[in-house]
Design a protein around this ligand. Structure first.
Ligand code: DHB
Ligand code: FE
Length: 280
């Protein structure tokens, strides 16, 4: 059977992708960000996952106000890189895993989570920047990726509680797939940031670190936190953090091993947070 061996959590700031793509990653400002991922790149090489289930949000690139799926699972064989206004990022195409993705869709929908099934979708910085942070600049990504897009852009967005419960349904789905795959689940977005309005530039490092503590130690309790707390404390885009609860919900009920923890301000307008948790 397939199993979820570990979860990875990371911010997905688009300027990090631009720094890599434009050859600026050696600059002191960016070095401080990338230094937090040195361990992670080595760890990922050693772990050799067969599939990455990557929870992220689309930023009005694949979807728009015309069509707003709350939870969208990619079941395609391949995904194009989105053009976010200055051409697609020069990164490898994302290869999917249609068999496992379809199985997860079947299981999770039968478990009462209404997913949108997507067979054609361009993936934006929400998905590609985490891959770049964890893999550097390879000619091909190390394994197939199942994109899982969550609406955290246009209200109403799903609650932390629903995201956490969905993670549990995803775990059950993976564990009932009849092939011995090593699956990782990644939760991306956050941490505190606000990109517009009078509070643009808001960072709340203390709240972010408390979020990391609670995500590790008591995700069930953390999942009860209402949206207004995210927005008030972590800024309007801090709501992206509900996606981390999907990845955390997919982990075993036993306490995880904290393999790596990193927090850094600033990167563009955002506090960068990063965690690696392994199942025991
Ligand atoms: C920034 C961060 C994001 O998560 C995003 O989607 C867009 C911009 C930023 O920090 O600039
Ligand atoms: Fe974002």
């Amino acid at each position: 059977m397939a199993r979820i061996s570990a979860s990875v959590y990371t911010s997905h700031v688009p300027a990090i992708g631009a720094a890599l793509d434009l050859g600026k990653s050696h600059e002191p400002y960016w070095q401080k960000v990338f230094s937090g991922y040195e361990f992670s790149k080595q760890w990922l090489k050693e772990q050799k996952p067969d599939v990455i289930f990557l929870v992220y949000n689309d930023h009005a690139n694949a979807f728009s106000l015309e069509l707003i799926p709350t939870f969208a699972i990619g079941t395609a064989a391949e995904y194009a890189i989105a053009d976010e206004g200055w051409g697609p990022r020069p990164v490898p195409p994302v290869v999917g895993h249609p068999e496992l993705a379809s199985h997860i869709a079947q299981s999770v929908i039968q478990d009462d989570f209404d997913l949108t099934i997507v067979n054609r979708m361009a993936v934006d910085h929400g998905l590609t920047v985490p891959l770049s942070l964890m893999c550097g600049q390879p000619t091909a990504w190390p394994c197939p990726v199942i994109p899982f897009a969550v609406n955290v852009v246009q209200y109403p967005v799903p609650s932390g509680r629903r995201c956490y419960q969905l993670g549990k349904a995803i775990r059950k789905a993976v564990e009932s797939f009849d092939r011995p795959l090593n699956v990782q689940i990644w939760g991306t977005g956050g941490m505190s940031h606000q990109l517009q309005g009078p509070r643009a530039g808001l960072i709340n490092a203390e709240w972010d670190n408390r979020f990391l503590d609670r995500l590790i130690a008591d995700p069930e309790d953390l999942s009860k936190m209402p949206h207004i707390d995210y927005v008030r404390e972590a800024g309007s885009e801090g709501i992206e953090l509900v996606m981390w609860l999907i990845a955390r919900g997919a982990m075993s009920d036993k306490p995880p091993v904290v393999k790596h923890r990193f927090f850094h301000v600033p990167a563009s307008n955002t506090a960068v947070g990063h965690l690696i948790l392994e199942n025991t």
